[in-house]
Structures are given as structure tokens and as C-alpha cells.
Design a protein around this ligand. Structure first.
Ligand code: SF4
Ligand code: SF4
Length: 482
């Protein structure tokens, strides 16, 4: 990493020596009214996963805020160490929930990363990765699908065997070896938002636009299909507006604010053109970002108002279904998919729920997913310890901060296994991938352990509705035979 070569002067007149950087200067920089809200009480420490793992003040919310203040006031340069402490933050926002002073930590860290992105020159491979990933593939749904096809080809042809066998993945930069081991299977069919409309079943209760997103469209398209069926089954017409794309969450968290703004503008145009009653999001991280489009574009004269409107219309799918309210499935599901996947589904099915950080902390949605699970006949909800502690996925964190991500992934998997569920349900693709990886790891090491299946809440609901239809169909067919 290189730091810019000119000396810098902060608003207070502190001067950082040449070769260093001090002070915040961009329009995205953390605002003083947010920064100086922190009174250093320390109530947030026990909520912070990186503090729990390390016990270090510099890896706590309070420590990171102290570093921001020191840089802001020109008392400290952004050194590699400072950057390391900020980079270690998962942006899980558990500290926001614990903070009695209302410090908007997520906004502070996003602003800090935007400052860093504007002033600090990262290594060439990292810069290339950012340009291709954040400004190329994520910003362009066509490129994203092309990348998905390339990975699928790699996974299903001898290419993977050759790459692993020759040790090539270990030699190449960018953590390809780790990526190869943790990358999920790319599905046969991608979920494409192409303008189709899925009609409501029965009387129409609402018309919504739904975000397809990025990662989910390639890796978890069955969950998105399930989401549309569950909405339709609840009397909701779903419009998959063409022209939408990635929500920009990964860009925002990485300090890539300009490309995130571009993505937000495109989504706002696409969704508002459908005049929906709500914009539905089935991924916690995306929902949280879209609810903050108003903040992201507040100074954009052309989009400020529209962004505010889109944010107000955005609803997480669990929150929306629970508030409709949900039409509960009438029959217990047979949960055939769970049995097929190798987990003997008990009666009732033991389900534990993993709180996605961007649902429970950023959106403060804790009860809705649990209420939906409890509404499924034949499901017994069991709470795991530390359900709201981050699983270590956190967007690209599992690639950029491998060691901490692994520690948190194992911690989460141990907590899941401690309640011996058949299924662990969640509402976020990153959590689903991380849970899958670390549950597989831990159960492979312990032959007596049974690996629970990982499912989205909406997939379990969908399966219950499908069972209900099958039961009804069988009853009708039986009635006709008599
Ligand atoms: S972020 Fe909030 S809880 Fe943490 S030290 Fe500052 S004021 Fe206290
Ligand atoms: S966002 Fe999460 S990891 Fe970062 S300081 Fe807050 S609690 Fe810790």
C-alpha cells in the first residue's frame, strides 16, 4: 500500500508529514455529528464479534471510532496498522444495537472506507480486483451471468481437477485456493429479472416489485423462485422489473460509493416505473442497503427524492409477509427436500434460526422470520446460542479477512450444532454460504455429528404450501374415485 506523497492539512490546521495521510476530506467522510456522539462508554464491546475473538480494544467499535477521531483531528496517520483495524470490521452493526448513545456506526465505517478508497493506494492486485469486481461484474448483470457461466464450467469440467492437482491455485495471488474450496456449486439455472409478472393467487392484496440481486441469482435461484411463489400464494402480484441489477451493498461497504450510486439509480428507475406498493428484498444485506438509498443519494438533485421514496417502499420479505399478515400453511410439510438431502427429517422438524446481521442489527428485524417459521405446521423452532453474532461471511470479508472469517464461521457452526437441528434457516445468501461451508467442515471432522441442512425461511414456507396443495389434490382425487 502506498500513501500519497504530499503533506496534508486538516480543517484544524494539523499538518501530516509528507508520505502520510491525515484528516478527512471527501464528501462521503464521516460527519462530526456522528463521530462525536461516541462517549467511549464501552457498552458496545461485548456485542462486537472481532472484540469477542481478540479481546483487543483496537478491534472493538470504540477503538475503531477512536482511530477515526484521531485521523480526523490530524493526530494520527492512516498507517497499515490503522487500516488493518478498520478492515477487520465486519460492518455487522451489532454495536449500533448495543449503543445507548445512538452512534450510527455503519454510516461512520462506510464513510471511513470511502475516505480510504479515495486517498490510499492499495496493492495492484487489490486495485485490479476492485475494478473488475465492484465496477465491472457487480455493476453489470450480463457480465455477472458470464462470470457465473465461467465458474460453472470450471466446476464441472476437468479444469478444476487440473487446477487443484497442479497446485496452481496455491501459486496464483488473490486467495484462489480458499475461494475454490468455499465457492458454492453454481446452479444450472440463473434467476433473471426480465420483466415477467407473477400473478397473485386468489384476491390480490398487493402489487410488489422484487429485487433479484447478484449472488443469489447465480447460486440460490431456487430460493428466489420460492420467494415469488410464497408471495403469490399470499395474494401478492410480483413484478420482476427488467433493468434492475445488484443493489450496490458490497460496493457501499467497500467504500466504492460512486459505483454504488450508479447501481442505486438504475434500480430506483426500474422499481419505481412499476408503481409498486412495496419493493421486496429476500436478502438481508440488500434490503438494508436499499433502505438507505435515501442517504446514499441525498445530495443528488436528480435522484434525492426518488431515492427517499424507494427507501420508504423497501421491505424485507419476512417483514412484509408477517405484516400482510401471512396466510399460514394449513398442512404440515413433508419436507421431502430435507430428506432427499440426507437429513432424516424428524417430526416435528427441528429448525434453528440464524439472525443475519443486516436483518437483526441494521434493519432491527428479529421476530418476523421467527413468526413465519412458527406458522409452519410441523416445525419446532429452537434457539441457538449467539444467534445474532456475525457468522463471519460479511460480503467479501470471507475472502479479504480469511482468518477472522474462519474463526467466526466455526464459532457459528458450533453454536448451530449445539442445538442439534435438522435445519438452520436464514435470510441472507452470505450467511447461507458460510453456514454450509463450516457445518460441512465441522461435521466432516466429527463422524458422529449430523449435518443440518441450510435453508432460507421462504424455502421452508414454500415447501409447506406445496405440501398443502399436494394434500388437497390427493383429497380431491380420492373424492372423485369414490
Ligand atoms: S459506540 Fe456507543 S456504546 Fe460504543 S463506546 Fe461509543 S457511545 Fe459507547
Ligand atoms: S460493525 Fe460489527 S465488527 Fe464492526 S465494530 Fe461494530 S460490532 Fe464490531
Amino acid at each position: 500500500m502506498t500513501i500519497q506523497s504530499k503533506s496534508t492539512r486538516t480543517a484544524e490546521g494539523h499538518v501530516a508529514p509528507p508520505g502520510t495521510f491525515a484528516g478527512f476530506r471527501t464528501k462521503d467522510a464521516p460527519q462530526d455529528e456522528d463521530l462525536y456522539k461516541c462517549v467511549h462508554c464501552g457498552f458496545c464491546l461485548s456485542a462486537c464479534p472481532t472484540y469477542l475473538e481478540t479481546g483487543l480494544e483496537a478491534e472493538s467499535p470504540r477503538g475503531r471510532i477512536a482511530l477515526m477521531k484521531a485521523v480526523r483531528e490530524g493526530r494520527l496517520e492512516i498507517t497499515k496498522q490503522v487500516l488493518g483495524h478498520w478492515d477487520m470490521c465486519l460492518q455487522c452493526r451489532a454495536c449500533e444495537v448495543a449503543c445507548p448513545s445512538g452512534v450510527p456506526y455503519g454510516r461512520l465505517m462506510e464513510g471511513t472506507r470511502a475516505e480510504v478508497a479515495a486517498h490510499i493506494k492499495r496493492p495492484l492486485t487489490e486495485r485490479m480486483g476492485r475494478a473488475v469486481g465492484y465496477r465491472g461484474v457487480l455493476a453489470n448483470p450480463g457480465q455477472l451471468r458470464m462470470a457465473g457461466r465461467a465458474v460453472r464450467l470450471y466446476q464441472r469440467t476437468p479444469l478444476r481437477v487440473i487446477a487443484r492437482g497442479t497446485g496452481l491455485l496455491k501459486i496464483l495471488p488473490g486467495g484462489l485456493d480458499h475461494l475454490d474450496r468455499t465457492m458454492p456449486h453454481i446452479g444450472n439455472k440463473f434467476f433473471v429479472a426480465d420483466g415477467r409478472v407473477i400473478p397473485a393467487i386468489g384476491a390480490r392484496r398487493a402489487r410488489v416489485a422484487m429485487l433479484a440481486g447478484c449472488v443469489m441469482t447465480l447460486m440460490h435461484s431456487p430460493a428466489l423462485e420460492a420467494a415469488t411463489r410464497v408471495l403469490a400464494r399470499n395474494g401478492v402480484e410480483v413484478v420482476l422489473t427488467a433493468g434492475q441489477g445488484c443493489c450496490g451493498a458490497l460496493n457501499t461497504h467497500a467504500g466504492e460509493r460512486e459505483s454504488a450510486r450508479e447501481m442505486a439509480r438504475r434500480n430506483i428507475d426500474s422499481f419505481l416505473a412499476a408503481s409498486p406498493d412495496a419493493i421486496i428484498v429476500a436478502s438481508a444485506g440488500c434490503g438494508s442497503t436499499m433502505k438507505e438509498y435515501g442517504d446514499l443519494l441525498h445530495s443528488d438533485t436528480g435522484y434525492g427524492e426518488k431515492a427517499e421514496k424507494a427507501s420508504k417502499l423497501t421491505r424485507d420479505i419476512h417483514e412484509f409477509l408477517a405484516s400482510l399478515p401471512l396466510i399460514p400453511p394449513r398442512a404440515g410439510a413433508s419436507f421431502e427436500s430435507i430428506k432427499k438431502a440426507g437429513t432424516p427429517a424428524t417430526a416435528p422438524l427441528r429448525v434453528t434460526y440464524q439472525d443475519a446481521c443486516h436483518l437483526v442489527s441494521a434493519q432491527r428485524i428479529k421476530n418476523a422470520p421467527r413468526d413465519l417459521l412458527r406458522a409452519i405446521p410441523g416445525v419446532e423452532l429452537v434457539e441457538m446460542p449467539e444467534s445474532a453474532i456475525c457468522c463471519g461471511s460479511a460480503g467479501t470479508y470471507s475472502i479479504t479477512q480469511k482468518e477472522m472469517s474462519q474463526r467466526l464461521g466455526r464459532r457459528k457452526a458450533q453454536n448451530v450444532l449445539s442445538v442439534q437441528p435438522d435445519v438452520v434457516a436464514t435470510g441472507n445468501p452470505g450467511c447461507a454460504l458460510q453456514l454450509e461451508n463450516y457445518l460441512r467442515d465441522l461435521t466432516a471432522k466429527d463422524k458422529t455429528a449430523r449435518k443440518p441442512q441450510v435453508r432460507y425461511v421462504v424455502e421452508l414456507l414454500d415447501e409447506a404450501y406445496l405440501s398443502e396443495e399436494e394434500t388437497l389434490y390427493a383429497q380431491q382425487a380420492g373424492g372423485q374415485d369414490q
